[in-house]
Design a binder for this molecule. Structure first.
Ligand SMILES: O=P(O)(O)OC[C@H]1O[C@H](OP(=O)(O)OP(=O)(O)O)[C@H](O)[C@@H]1O
Ligand code: HPA
Ligand SMILES: [Mg+2]
Length: 178
């Protein structure tokens, strides 16, 4: 896997300290509220696992699985729900956790879907944001890092389902896509 890497954008240590910073902010903002943290599978799994251990308030965890990229670096534009929530979220303070927001189409679909369930509040937290690629408007409440328009992998994020277990976030050599 290491031979496939072009450049490391964020090291394990840099990610760790950013996750801590976001977690502490969320902890302050949700003090006294009952929150449900929703991870968007599969990509957000690693970030969510680290993030919740930095949030010291009572919380519930649930997951939604959607997919729009498949084995490509371009979104199909069609968001499919592969797994819905187990929990009822009506009147709950919901925080959606994403690994990356790119075109925004995935989250647009999810936020509209979750809002219709009459939540008390809905916020978005993403580790990475690629604002130059946005195809729709989205209000994001917590952002770890802005990144340029490059396809990245690692820390939960895949290319064709690979590289999710890299402890850092990196770009891949061009020949990997050929
Ligand atoms: O803003 P967008 O352009 O919609 O892209 C962002 C979404 O794409 C990736 O998921 P993907 O569909 O690849 O599924 P995965 O999480 O299982 O890798 C990523 O985890 C986000 O959920
Ligand atoms: O840069 C990316 N890498 C992997 N998956 C993605 N899904 C949206 N953007 C990306
Ligand atoms: Mg993916």
């Amino acid at each position: 896997m290491k031979n496939d890497i072009k450049e490391i954008l964020f090291t394990k240590e840099k990610i760790q300290s950013k996750v801590k910073e976001i977690g502490q902010q969320i902890e302050k903002d949700y003090a006294g509220k009952e929150m449900v943290v929703i991870g968007v599978l599969k990509g957000a799994n690693v970030f969510l696992g680290d993030l919740i251990r930095e949030i010291n308030v009572p919380l519930y965890i649930d997951f939604m699985a959607v997919s729009s990229y498949g084995h490509s670096t371009e979104t199909s534009g069609v968001v499919r729900i592969l797994k819905d929530l187990d929990l009822e979220i009506e009147d709950k303070h919901v925080l959606i956790v994403e690994d990356i927001i790119d075109t925004g189409l995935t989250l647009k679909y999810i936020t509209e879907n979750l809002r219709s369930r009459k939540v008390a509040s809905l916020k978005i937290c993403t580790l990475l944001d690629k604002p130059s690629r946005r195809k729709c408007s989205l209000d994001i409440d917590y952002i770890g890092f802005d990144i340029p328009d490059e396809f990245i992998v690692g820390y939960g994020i895949d290319y064709a389902e690979k590289y999710r277990n890299l402890p850092y976030i990196a770009t891949l050599k061009n020949e990997i896509y050929e």
